[in-house]
Design a protein around this ligand. Structure first.
Ligand code: SF4
Length: 318
């Protein structure tokens, strides 16, 4: 158990909350919004059944939410974060499924209550989760107009830089499609947050390194990374029960995570360094380390190597 925490400015990597405070002048908290979107990897457009680790219930409802319902979710979330800190700002986070996999009028409907909250000074950042192969031009134009008012982040899953691994886990997009998605977002004036999973079947330690290199090369401003988790009601759960999949032990995860962080750009912001699936939805791993514990272990690992974020970045040295 970690009893004292290293101050953020002494950590050998760049963490999210201090960066938000520095950049926006106050704490910023996420309010997760479920717009009831769906996913092209579930309805047959790219694939059926979804990625092998994706829990259909955990990823969203799939039931379309009205504009009023989204406004209500936002209102409840704003009250919740205000109880935490009455001088905080809000990140409106369209989290579930692929939020640009909708009709243009639908994205307008979803964004309308968020734009009212922006007008009222209640929302300072909008974050939109989607797939790298699901970014129609009109959606980038729409988000680009929004980005004239507040920073807009597009969250895109890479998960692995290895196309064979992506195929095996049924992501049904390629690493090149991820890079192209990031490039198009940047061209539209949007920021990007790239996601990676360490420990995917067949990816290995070298895969963790390659994922970081690709995320650095693509120039995502933010990074989310976590260890592979086996959730109930997923295809991965069957593979795990059949002994076809292993999950990482904490020491191994921290070592691979250190490899990963060393290969990022020094200025990429780590939005997340561990998974947070509730224990009751998870079959493996059984270990549960608090975010701060992973943070301290990662700092200790990098310090023992004499390295820090970006030390081995190929993209930074070009
Ligand atoms: S793309 Fe996202 S929402 Fe769709 S199946 Fe994969 S993890 Fe789930």
């Amino acid at each position: 158990m970690i009893t004292s925490m290293t101050p953020a400015n002494s950590l050998p990597f760049r963490t999210f909350a201090p960066w938000l405070r520095e950049t926006f002048g106050r704490p910023m908290y996420r309010v997760a919004l479920d717009a009831g979107s769906t996913c092209p990897n579930r309805d047959g457009t790219r694939g059926f059944g979804g990625c092998v680790y994706c829990d259909v219930e955990g990823s969203g409802t799939g039931a379309l939410r009205t504009g009023e319902e989204i406004a209500r979710q936002l209102e409840v979330g704003l009250k919740r974060i205000a109880r935490r800190d009455d001088d905080c700002g809000c990140i409106a986070y369209l989290q579930s499924y692929s939020n640009t996999y909708v009709a243009a009028s639908r994205l307008d409907e979803v964004l309308a209550p968020i734009e009212i909250a922006i007008d009222e000074g209640k929302v300072g950042i909008v974050s939109v989760a989607t797939r790298p192969d699901t970014l129609p031009e009109w959606s980038l134009e729409r988000l680009s107009r929004l980005a004239e008012r507040v920073p807009v982040w597009v969250e895109l899953g890479l998960e692995s830089a290895n196309d064979k691994v992506l195929e095996d886990i049924k992501r049904y997009h390629t690493a090149a499609e991820f890079t192209e998605g990031v490039r198009r977002c940047h061209e539209a004036g949007l920021k990007t947050v790239g996601h990676a999973i360490l420990g995917l079947p067949g990816d290995g330690r070298e895969g963790a390194r390659k994922s970081a290199e690709l995320l650095a090369d693509a120039g995502c401003e933010g990074i989310k990374v976590h260890n592979l988790m086996v959730l109930k009601k997923t295809v991965l759960a069957n593979w795990w029960r059949e002994g076809k999949v292993e999950v990482l032990e904490p020491d191994t995860y921290v070592q691979w995570l250190a490899d990963f962080v060393e290969r990022l750009l020094p200025n990429q912001v780590l939005h997340r360094i561990t998974g947070d699936a509730p224990i009751e939805e998870r079959l493996a791993p059984h270990w549960d380390l608090y975010k701060n514990e992973i943070r301290e272990r990662l700092a200790a690992e990098l310090n023992s190597r004499g390295t820090k974020q970006g030390s081995l970045s190929l993209a930074a040295s070009q």
